[in-house]
Design a protein around this ligand. Structure first.
Ligand code: FE2
Length: 426
């Protein structure tokens, strides 16, 4: 007797009519025509079944705080940082915990079961660290949270950041963060990359740095990040988040940079919703898009994931933590409308992000965790096109979220018809 049997799934690779058997929280078999009894039988009815969405870049400490104490009128990164500076002293552990928990419920409902969240560590009381470490433990049965020690106001620029980085890591944060473009000078930015990678190497931790989140083509800290990853043998453990300055760099320099990143095993995390809102704000016309060079990095063999970054916070007042919305924006802003490119963007919010975060047991193979999402779509491209409804979200073999198929009833004349915006079966 199985715990769960998923019948008639379409898989991300396009295979149809697949059954998925689950026992003790793991996938025990995935093939056609599995005949076994199960405590729960879930009819996927030909819909797409995928591993869960993964958000590799988010800020749980700031989420759902939009408008406190004021809204970001200029839309710039710097005004957002100013507002966060006004809000931070008013926060409590309870407030941070409750907002972040609410956000995680939204995430689970959207089928996102892993989030890498940056956590501001410049507050001497480390309230956000304590709140999110507690939340990581409390929600562990349902969602994986990875926490990045993030010196929001600069590792060298903020007087508390260096000591607090160590204190935060000692309290159990998982990843070393940074923000070299916000240090006082380019040189100090580079030095911060070196110092933070050294800490990561000494502690055996990964690195995920906000890096070059600017339209300044001379912001080239990603180069130093690649150098340190290579020099300290951190291959496959270092991610550069945002990398928006690459949008504005000249092609000759990028032709040197990409092989350097690939050699260092660097990964990139782009945040298209936020990049398209924040970048280009100093431009008149034409206004730059600011998204990093996703297409070129993928072609160069550099893993690229996509993050949501913000939901209703000082930097971005929209969003509901839908990773398909993120992929949808990337497809548009990055000119990634080829079929293989759109499929790659689906992977950037699922499997590629899981690889970058080194999530154990992720995937739809035998032996993997029985974590999956049934989408009201027939393919990865269709899922992005319609930002597909999540029919079921399964964690360790248990259905933890479900919603009815979406359709709209039309009455045109005397006929009643319905549309669901997805292609017909068969
Ligand atoms: Fe961020």
């Amino acid at each position: 007797m199985l715990d769960l049997l998923v019948r008639n799934a379409t898989l991300p690779d396009g295979e149809t009519g697949i059954d998925i058997a689950v026992n003790n929280g793991r996938i025990t078999s995935i093939s056609r025509g599995i005949s076994a009894d199960a405590h729960t039988i879930l009819d996927a009815d030909g819909w797409l079944v995928t591993p869960p969405f993964v958000d590799s870049h988010f800020h749980l400490d700031a989420t759902l705080s939009a408008g406190r104490p004021r809204v970001n009128q200029s839309g710039t990164l710097l005004e957002g940082i100013d507002i966060w500076g006004e809000l931070s002293p008013t926060l409590t552990v309870e407030d941070i915990y409750e907002r972040a928990r609410e956000q995680c419920l939204w995430s689970i409902a959207r089928g996102c079961l892993a989030i890498r969240s940056h956590v501001d560590i410049t507050d001497n009381a480390l309230l956000a660290v304590d709140a999110l470490v507690a939340l990581r433990n409390d929600l562990a049965p349902w969602i994986d949270l990875q926490l990045v020690a993030f010196p929001q106001y600069g590792y060298f620029r903020h007087p508390n950041a260096r000591a607090n980085m160590i204190r935060a890591l000692d309290r159990g944060l998982d990843v070393v963060g940074g923000i070299p473009h916000f240090e006082r000078t380019m040189m100090e930015g580079g030095d911060s990359v070196g110092a933070l990678c050294r800490i990561a190497a000494d502690r055996g931790l990964p690195v995920d740095m906000h890096c070059d989140e600017t339209d300044d083509p001379n912001s080239r800290h990603v180069e130093r990040l690649a150098l340190e990853a290579h020099r300290l043998d951190l291959h496959g453990r270092v991610a550069g988040s945002h990398l928006t300055s690459m949008h504005s760099m000249d092609n000759y320099y990028v032709s040197k940079l990409l092989p350097l990143m690939q050699e260092a095993g660097l990964a990139a995390v782009a945040n298209p919703l936020i990049n398209i809102v924040i970048q280009g704000r100093h431009d008149t016309y034409p206004k730059r898009r600011g998204l990093t060079r996703v297409k070129e990095m993928i072609e160069a063999g550099i893993p690229v994931a996509l993050g949501h970054d913000c939901v209703m916070d000082p930097w971005y007042s929209l969003g509901s933590h839908d990773m398909l919305e993120v992929a949808h924006m990337a497809v548009h802003v990055g000119h990634l409308t080829g079929v293989a490119e759109m499929e790659a963007m689906f992977d950037s919010v699922t499997g590629t992000a899981a690889e970058i975060m080194h999530l154990e047991g992720y995937g739809l193979q035998e032996g993997c965790n029985a974590d999956l999402v049934v989408l009201q779509a027939r393919s990865k491209v269709e899922a992005i096109r319609v930002r597909a409804n999540r029919l079921y979200v399964v964690r360790r073999g248990r259905v933890i979220a479900e919603s009815a198929p979406q359709s709209v009833a039309l009455t045109l004349g005397s006929e009643r018809e319905s549309v669901d915006f997805v292609s017909q079966k068969g």
